[in-house]
Design a binder for this molecule. Structure first.
Ligand SMILES: Cc1cc2nc3c(=O)[nH]c(=O)nc-3n(C[C@H](O)[C@H](O)[C@H](O)COP(=O)(O)OP(=O)(O)OC[C@H]3O[C@@H](n4cnc5c(N)ncnc54)[C@H](O)[C@@H]3O)c2cc1C
Length: 202
C-alpha cells in the first residue's frame, strides 16, 4: 500500500524535500561503477538493485543528481518513435511509468494528456505518417490527424501562425507528463526517488 501517496494526497503541502542519502567516502572497489547520475545511470542502479540484487554500486556524478538533461527536459513520456526497436522499447517505458508512483510510494505527478506534434510542411507530414504507420505496425497507437481534428481538440490553437500554417499533427493518445520538467538545482522526481529508494542505495 503506497502510504505516502495517501498521506500527501490528503495534505495541502507537497513534500518537496526528499531524504537523499548523504555523500559517502568512496570505497576501494564496487561491483558496478556507473558514470553519470541522470535518468539512465540512476535507473540502471535502481534496476540492478531491484532485479539483480546488486547493491554494491557507485554512481559517480560530477554535478548534482539528475541535473543533466534529466532535469531540463520537457517531461513528456510517450511512445511515438520510428524504429521497430524504439517503438517497443518506449512502449514498455510508458507502461512502466504508469506504476512508478505506486512503486516508489511517491507522487511523480504522472498525468495522461495526449500530445500533438504539429507538421507545417509536406515533408514533415510524410515523415510523421511514416512514424505513425511504423508505430501502428508494432502495436502502438499514434494517429495522424488533420486540421479540422486539431481544431476540435484544441480550439484555442492558432493554426495559421505567420507563413507556415499547421497542416496536420501526430497524436499519440497516451502521451503524458511527469513532474517537474525543469526545476533549478533539483533533480526530477523519478530520479530523486530512484536514488532515495533504500534498495538502490549504494
Ligand atoms: C530540452 C530537452 C527536452 C527534452 N524533452 C524530452 C521529453 O519531453 N521526453 C523525453 O523522453 N526526453 C526528452 N529529452 C531527452 C531526455 O531528457 C534525455 O534523453 C535523458 O534525460 C538522458 O538521460 P541521461 O541519463 O542519458 O543523461 P543526463 O540526464 O544528461 O545525465 C548525464 C549525467 O552525467 C553527468 N556526467 C557527465 N559526464 C560525467 C563525468 N565525466 N563524470 C561524472 N558525471 C558525468 C552529468 O552531469 C549528468 O548529470 C529532452 C532533452 C532536452 C535537452
Amino acid at each position: 500500500m503506497p502510504f505516502n501517496l495517501l498521506k500527501y494526497g490528503l495534505s495541502s503541502e507537497y513534500p518537496v524535500e526528499v531524504d537523499l542519502p548523504p555523500p559517502k567516502e568512496l570505497k576501494s572497489s564496487y561491483d558496478v561503477v556507473i558514470i553519470g547520475a541522470g535518468g539512465h545511470g540512476l535507473a540502471t542502479a535502481y534496476y540492478l538493485a531491484k532485479y539483480h540484487g546488486i547493491t554494491n554500486i557507485a554512481v559517480l556524478e560530477k554535478s548534482y543528481l539528475g541535473g543533466g538533461n534529466t532535469a531540463r527536459n520537457t517531461a513528456v513520456i510517450r511512445s511515438n518513435y520510428l524504429t521497430s526497436e524504439g517503438v517497443r522499447f518506449y512502449a514498455e517505458s510508458v507502461r512502466m511509468f504508469q506504476s512508478l508512483s505506486n512503486e516508489f510510494d511517491f507522487n511523480i505527478m504522472y498525468s495522461e494528456r495526449g500530445q500533438l506534434t504539429l507538421a507545417h510542411t509536406d515533408a514533415t507530414v510524410r515523415s510523421f505518417r511514416q512514424r505513425a504507420e511504423v508505430n501502428k505496425h508494432f502495436g502502438g497507437r499514434t494517429e495522424m490527424i488533420d486540421r479540422q481534428q486539431i481544431r476540435e481538440l484544441v480550439p484555442s490553437l492558432n493554426l495559421d501562425p505567420g507563413h507556415l500554417p499547421v497542416i496536420a499533427s501526430t497524436a499519440p493518445p497516451r502521451a503524458m507528463t511527469r513532474w517537474p520538467g525543469v526545476m533549478p538545482n533539483k533533480p526530477p522526481s523519478a530520479a530523486w526517488k530512484s536514488i532515495s529508494s533504500p534498495k538502490s542505495r549504494t
